[in-house]
Design a protein around this ligand. Structure first.
Ligand code: PLP
Length: 369
């Protein structure tokens, strides 16, 4: 599936297929009808993944995922609005920081990094604070791999008549989100995650009415999703230079996504990757940070060995020499490292990665048991 280059077991950029990379060998004219057709087809496919065809629009945006998150907050939260930000990791904190930078009033509800936000807590917080207009939730908090209960929280937010902004960056395409059952104002994701494209563009799914109603909210030209949407509707083109090769790669990746069997098949493969990885590491004496009930099959945080000889930098280099790129931990209190389960990788790749880790521990004489 992958090339002979190191396999990226990281949450994006990640390992892509040969076919996806080959799609970047063509140069596209940004004004050309064929490229406009590619963008339109891409957007239709992205909306369909969330069952939003006919009700939701897809607004693509140049840049990494954070650009799209910032664009969504600025576009959808009015200057007089207030966001309740649900935090249990680094990306939740980043969302709060975006509110601060954009001058949007906000409050933060934070739980420890191994504790999901509960719908009961959201219910209470919304009842207590009538000023909150929007709720911001990270679906899978990639800094640990924890899964927050999106459908239940979405129901509570809707019952209170507030609007939900979902950062589904590391879950979209692999974990089900049904726009017909999960009410949201905006859902944000990006090209280089579970859809297995390359990094370089984000996208936001939203209802047409919400986009139209967002006029005058954002004090940014480049990040104005409403303007991007209206311009694209009128002309079929992106407002500013599009990431043509990224669009082509993502489109090709989506054709493979459909061939694989869409979301259920992608979810099942990632779940098998995750199980294989956790079972293999357990055999080596390594414990995962999260209990299985709240572990998303996206990325796994492992406790580092307690052996004093362990240094992440040496461990990383030795595993890399064996063909696998791992990811540092993002926790402040405990020493951890992370391994991604997403990308064009199979359970056999995870087994080989576990073997590379075992060999590395032998080489570095690190005790894990
Ligand atoms: C949940 C989540 N939100 C936001 C981002 C930010 O994306 P980027 O680093 O592409 O700007 C990421 C990146 O991994 C993510 O996992």
């Amino acid at each position: 599936m992958a090339s002979s280059a190191p396999i990226l077991l990281t949450p994006g950029p990640l390992t892509t297929s040969e076919r996806t990379r080959a799609a970047m060998l063509t140069d596209w004219g940004s004004w050309d009808g064929s490229f406009n057709g590619l963008t339109a087809s891409l957007c239709d496919k992205l909306v369909a993944i969330a069952n939003g065809s006919g009700s939701h629009a897809c607004v693509p945006l140049q840049g990494s995922g954070t650009f799209a998150v910032e664009a969504a907050v600025g576009t959808f939260v009015p200057r007089t609005g207030k966001m309740l930000v649900l935090v249990n990791g680094a990306y939740g904190k980043r969302l709060a920081k975006i509110c601060e930078m954009l001058g949007r009033d906000h409050s933060v509800y934070e739980t420890p990094e191994d504790v999901p936000t509960t719908p009961e807590a959201v219910d209470r917080l919304l009842a207590e604070d009538r000023a909150v207009t929007h709720v911001g939730l990270i679906h899978c908090e990639t800094s640990t791999g924890i899964l927050n209960p999106l459908p239940e929280i979405a129901t509570v937010v809707a019952r209170h008549g507030r609007r939900l902004i979902i950062d589904a960056m590391s879950s979209f395409g692999a974990l089900p989100i049904d726009a017909r059952a999960v009410p949201f104002e905006a859902l944000i994701a990006a090209s280089g995650k579970c859809l297995e494209g390359v990094p370089g563009m984000g996208f936001v799914l939203a209802r047409e009415e919400a986009l139209l109603a967002a006029e005058g909210n954002i004090a940014s030209l480049a990040l104005d999703l409403r303007d991007q949407h209206l311009y694209m509707q009128r002309t079929g083109q992106w407002r500013f230079t599009p990431p043509t090769h990224v669009v082509a790669a993502l489109h090709e990746a989506l054709l493979q996504y459909e061939d694989e069997g869409g979301l259920p098949a992608r979810h099942a493969r990632y779940a098998r990757n995750c199980e294989t990885l956790i079972a293999g590491m357990r055999r080596l004496g390594l414990r995962s940070f999260l209990p299985p009930e709240i572990q998303a099959p996206i990325i796994v945080t492992f406790h580092a060995p307690r052996d004093g000889r362990y240094r992440f930098a040496d461990f990383y280099q030795a595993v890399r020499a064996k063909g696998f790129i791992l990811y540092p931990g993002k926790l402040t209190q405990v020493e951890t490292f992370r391994v991604g389960c997403i990308g064009a990788v199979e359970p056999t790749d995870m087994e080989r990665a576990v073997e590379a880790v075992a060999e590395t521990f032998r080489e570095l004489r690190i005790e894990t048991l």
